[in-house]
Design a protein around this ligand. Structure first.
Ligand code: ADP
Ligand code: ASP
Ligand code: MG
Length: 488
């Protein structure tokens, strides 16, 4: 039996000392069951957001505010380390707590050095005033750099044979800062060098998610939410038997429980369905997470660190047959619809290619496409490149675009094979103004665009319609209402 398991804990699972101690207990539980975990941790909750705001503030020349942000982060991390070192020991044996003081001083010393380094970068940035993607990655990497080392020390204090591994030595990426892509071969090689030997010695390697480095050693990040991606890359690289994504909800739910408080846990879902949900906005998984797992057919579990007893969601190669047409509804917000109208070039050969080349040139991904006789409508992530894209396209056609749109995506096995589903969907949300509709690109996804302000109401109406009589084989019908996770 393959006993290797990659356990990834997201920001809320390591937000403070009690959360980190919960995490330690979960890992210890796996070790006690004879499993060999590799732990991947995110930055403490909200730290990445704060680092990004420190970076943008410094780049505007506001050094004082940027440094005030890092000062608060410094205090938060040092306080958390203190609680982790002294908290349990103080309760059990005050003398031991005093003895452990030495270790705590060492922890504070490396932490202070890290935050001094961060401040130095921000001071320089405030002078230069230009935030390059490379500097941005260097700044945001501090979240995972500090959390992973602090959590390793906490694990050791809890009696785990944990070993800190610098993720930048293991995850080799290309140089696309902000959305770097891990390179399979070199990463596997580095994992063999820096992770596998610890496992062989019965130790628990702990590393930060989200961060990596180029072959030349320049720090990169894998995109927001990228710790899930790290977990899958590590799982693929070491041929793990399972990948566990520990978060703050009971698993993949039938909708975001923040939007739909009566969402149900989906007990099992296919790789393909989970990938569609992640891509179309279900934040619970990073869209790139599934691929490395699919390649090696490694099951992925989504579990709740605040409720470890819940069965979670198991993501596997094949979908379990489900009597309900849909498994889950995702929403992706902050989208823009672009309408490209060209009556004279109507259906002419090469026209669509010319349009897509513009998006390619600006490296702008497209979510949804719909065409009519004279126009093409596209949905895109709202971004600063849109005016330049529109300017390029205006050489080919009339262009207009409108932001504040949302994409609602309903995922389920074989939607296309079931008659009357689309009619039921659109009847349910007849009060909502639909902007674009797509069905057919995939058998398991039915998507449409609405105004951003209408999206949540649309999800709630659809959820009430399609999950009132859920299939108990697939959904956790016993569970009480999922409590909405606290604010972060
Ligand atoms: P982490 O910090 O653990 O990576 P995230 O905030 O990235 O956690 O993802 C978990 C959040 O994803 C949940 O709190 C929930 O609000 C949101 N979410 C969105 N869609 C879904 C869904 N279908 N099922 C579960 N959670 C979802
Ligand atoms: N800390 C990073 C973020 O907030 C990565 C992650 O948590 O997955 O985006
Ligand atoms: Mg996440």
């Amino acid at each position: 039996m393959n006993r290797l398991v990659v356990m990834k804990f997201g920001g809320t699972s390591v937000e403070d000392a009690p959360a980190i101690l919960r995490t330690a207990r979960i890992v210890a539980g796996r070790v006690a069951r004879g499993l060999q975990p590799v732990v991947v941790v995110s930055a403490l909750a909200k730290v990445t957001d704060l680092l990004i705001s420190a970076a943008t503030t410094a780049a505007r020349g506001d050094r004082a505010t940027a440094l005030a942000i890092t000062e608060r982060l410094r205090i938060r991390h040092c306080d958390t380390a203190t609680q982790l070192a002294l908290g349990p020991a103080l309760r059990e044996d005050p003398l031991a707590a005093v003895r452990k003081d030495e270790g705590l001083a060492a922890t504070h010393a490396w932490m202070e050095a890290e935050f001094d380094g961060l401040e130095e970068v921000l001071r320089g940035l405030a002078v230069v005033g230009e935030l390059t993607p490379r500097i941005s990655d260097m700044i945001v990497s501090y979240g995972e750099r500090v959390s992973s080392r602090m959590i390793t020390e906490a694990f050791v204090r809890c009696g785990l044979k944990a070993e800190y591994v610098d993720a930048r030595k293991c995850i080799v990426t290309d140089a696309q800062h902000g959305k770097a892509i891990p390179q399979d071969g070199p990463t596997e090689q580095r994992l063999k060098q820096h992770v596998v030997p610890h496992l062989a010695e019965g130790r628990v390697p702990v590393m930060g998610g989200f961060i990596g480095a180029t072959e030349q050693g320049v720090t990169t990040t894998l995109g927001r939410g990228g710790s899930d991606f790290t977990a899958a890359v590590v799982g693929g690289g070491i041929d793990a038997g399972a990948i566990e994504i520990w978060t703050d909800v009971d698993g993949i739910m039938t909708a975001d429980p923040r939007v739909c408080p009566d969402a149900l846990r989906v007990k099992t879902i296919s790789f393909e369905e989970a990938a569609e949900l992640a891509y179309f906005g279900a934040k619970v998984l990073h869209p790139a997470t599934i691929l490395p797992a699919v390649k090696k057919n490694i099951p992925v579990f989504v579990l709740n660190s605040k409720n470890p007893e819940s069965g979670g969601t198991r993501i596997t190669a094949l979908a379990t047959h489900c009597k309900s047409p849909f498994k889950s509804i995702a929403v992706k917000k902050r989208l823009t619809i672009m309408d490209i109208v060209a009556s004279r070039m109507l259906l002419s050969h090469g026209y669509l290619r010319a349009i897509f080349e513009v998006f390619d040139k600006h490296k702008c991904p497209i979510d949804m496409v719909s065409t009519s006789e004279v126009s093409v409508s596209l949905s895109l992530d709202s971004n600063e490149k849109l005016p330049a894209i529109a300017a390029d396209l205006s050489k080919l056609a009339d262009v207009k675009y409108e932001g504040r749109k949302a994409l609602v995506c309903m995922v389920g096995e074989d939607i296309r094979g079931q008659n009357g589903i689309a009619a039921r969907v659109f009847q349910t949300i007849r009060h909502v103004n639909l902007r674009m509709i797509s069905q057919g690109a995939s058998e398991i996804n039915m998507s449409f665009m609405v105004e951003e302000d209408d999206a949540e109401e649309a999800v709630r109406s659809l959820h009430a319609e399609f999950f009132s009589d859920p299939d108990p084989e697939v959904f956790d019908v016993e569970a009480k209402r999922q409590p909405v996770a606290g604010s972060r």
